[in-house]
Design a protein around this ligand. Structure first.
Ligand code: FES
Ligand SMILES: [Fe+2]
Length: 330
């Protein structure tokens, strides 16, 4: 399965850019091959337009925001968040008219990111319960490109057989090859996963044999919430999003909600620990094939692969539903 070959992937929300970057100036981002000009309107709400001026094709993202619109860097035509040209500075008394416009995409802010859906989204942006819980603090972790398919990373998040090989340098324990009591409960567009995993170091502030209690959710296609509860410390909730750029390239967007149990939060230590863990994963994941087969007969499996196999089945169903609907509409 290659993301560029299935239009259904255009029908999800993706966190394409930290709001902090948009506060500096407009930015360009290529989502599933679609070049976007991202900017903030006068209310501070992010907007996403096709990054190509309808006059002489210059990149709007190189322009500036003026009077609630983005001004093209070439001749200054201004576009509002709906993509309508509202001013041609060389003809200020003329209405630019409906033909002077560029494509606009759904765009909104959540969790400190601008989220974009290229077409009518099938599901809303996930509501993470910790965001509404005052005992948790949101920490932005990583925003970078990996040469990997997003689905491989999603499977990795809920693959409890890899820590005892990949994460021996951080939390993995060679004595605990799989999770205990693993359970999956599906919901429309995703599933909950629970289980327990023995580890050699449960979290950044601890260094003895321990156990992680996993309470996770996967949201199709490329968002995973990994809530890690510990017997002896505050919960750590990792949100890993893979924003599809092209078949073998994903923008990694990772943030976390860290519980404050009254002892304060050592943000630098949390970031350093999670950085080490993600680099251990990256090393292996970038060696995998970008084309993830959705048909279970096309790779070999073991029992602990169940979460990934459910993801593949649900993604296959979403692709089929979407393609059936597209044929019906034609
Ligand atoms: S190319 Fe954009 S205003 Fe001319
Ligand atoms: Fe991992």
């Amino acid at each position: 399965m290659n993301v560029m070959e299935h239009a259904v992937f255009r029908r999800f929300w993706y966190p394409v850019m930290p709001m902090s970057e948009l506060k500096q100036r407009p930015q360009r981002f290529e989502l599933l091959g679609q070049a976007l000009a991202l900017f903030l309107d006068d209310d501070g709400v992010p907007a996403a337009l096709e990054d190509r001026c309808c006059h002489r094709t210059a990149r709007l993202s190189l322009g500036e925001v003026c009077d609630n619109a983005i001004a093209c860097p070439y001749h200054g035509w201004r576009y509002n968040r709906e993509g309508q040209c509202v001013l041609v500075p060389q003809m200020p008394d003329r209405d630019p008219g409906p033909k002077r416009r560029v494509k606009a995409f759904s765009c909104r802010e959540k969790y400190g990111y601008a989220w974009v859906a290229l077409e009518q989204p099938l599901f809303d942006i996930p509501d993470f319960p910790e965001a509404a819980d005052d005992s948790f603090v949101l920490i932005h972790e990583f925003y970078e490109e990996w040469r990997v398919s997003g689905l491989r990373v999603m499977e990795n998040e809920l693959d409890m057989a890899h820590p005892s090989y990949v994460h021996l340098g951080t939390f993995g324990s060679p004595e605990h090859l799989v999770a205990e009591d693993a359970k999956i409960e599906e919901f429309p567009g995703g599933f909950h996963y629970t289980g327990r995993l023995g580890v050699k170091q449960a979290h950044h502030a601890q260094d003895r044999n321990n156990e992680r209690f996993l309470d996770c959710s996967w949201y199709a296609p490329f968002i995973c919430r990994l809530r890690i509860n510990y017997a002896d410390g505050p919960a750590h909730v990792i949100i890993n999003c893979q924003v599809p750029l092209a078949n073998n390239r994903s923008q990694v967007v990772q943030f976390c909600f860290q519980e404050d149990d009254g002892n304060g939060i050592d943000e630098a230590a949390i970031l350093a620990f999670d950085r080490k863990v993600t680099l251990e994963d990256k090393h292996v994941l970038e060696s995998t094939d970008a084309d993830v087969p959705l048909d279970p007969r096309d790779e070999r499996h073991m029992v602990s692969d169940k979460p990934g196999l459910v993801m593949r089945r649900m993604i296959q169903a979403l692709i089929e539903d979407h393609e059936t609907q597209a044929v019906t509409v034609q």
